[in-house]
Design a protein around this ligand. Structure first.
Ligand code: ADP
Ligand code: MG
Length: 214
């Protein structure tokens, strides 16, 4: 039976996750069998989880308490993992995720300090078992540079994107923490390179990983 492969993209806002996933999709459509790949985003991935996403990102009327925010992210993750990610991996698919639990460690753990990173890891294990990415691309950019990029985006920013520089510095610290703790799955990428340079590096790394996984 083919082994599945779980790949996640992480990093603070405007580091280029969506841009890279889009470039990867284009490459897959051209050179790979696209039925072998499943794309998910967090929070989201199922109809219910997408509803939770709306509550988390755009619900301004009654701002969730930090703990509520954390648990809603976790609830969406449970839906996504058991209904989409796990079945796809069991079918030998390659799952590509725009964010996964590293985001919870960085944002709700390190930045909002709702729980320690260790507690979030333990909670994650409790709710989704040992589902963990095989490979994580961490697109690393300084919060200052990311802020400059964001200034050029005209789209309305969501509730979390509106947080200040200090918050995003802590987010970076959170990513550095988990990248150091789970080194074996992390590929840290200089997100200030051009999108095409980064994409080439990502594709090369994925192709290598796919060969190892045969
Ligand atoms: N390597 C890059 N260099 C310069 N700008 C980039 C790069 N990658 C993405 N961008 C731009 O930065 C902004 C945020 O990119 P996006 O992919 O949406 O980030 P994310 O999904 O991580 O929030 C977009 O305007 C995008 O065009
Ligand atoms: Mg994005």
């Amino acid at each position: 039976m083919k082994k599945g492969l779980f790949i996640s993209f992480e990093g603070g806002e405007a580091c280029g996750k969506s841009t890279q996933i889009k470039l990867l999709k284009e490459y897959i459509n051209k050179y790979k069998n696209k039925d072998d790949f499943v794309f998910v985003r967090e929070p989201g991935g199922t109809p219910l989880a997408e509803e939770i996403r709306k509550l988390l990102l755009n619900y301004e009327d009654d701002k969730p308490l930090p703990m509520t925010e954390l648990l809603l992210f976790c609830a969406a993750r449970v839906e996504n993992v058991y209904k989409v990610v796990k079945p796809a991996l069991e079918n030998g698919k390659i799952v590509i995720a725009d964010r996964f639990y590293d985001s919870t460690i960085a944002y709700q753990g390190m930045a909002r300090k709702i729980m320690s990173a260790k507690q979030i890891l333990s909670l994650t294990k409790t709710i989704i078992g040992n589902v963990s990415p095989d490979l994580t691309f961490y697109l690393k950019i300084s919060p200052e540079k990311a802020f400059d990029r964001k200034k050029n985006i005209n789209e309305d920013l969501d509730r979390i994107e509106k947080e200040g520089l200090e918050f995003h510095r802590l987010v970076s610290k959170g990513y550095d923490y988990i990248a150091n703790l789970e080194k074996q799955r992390f590929c840290i990428i200089d997100a200030t390179k051009t999108p095409n340079e980064i994409s080439a590096q990502i594709i090369e790394t994925i192709n290598k990983k796919m060969e190892e996984n045969l």
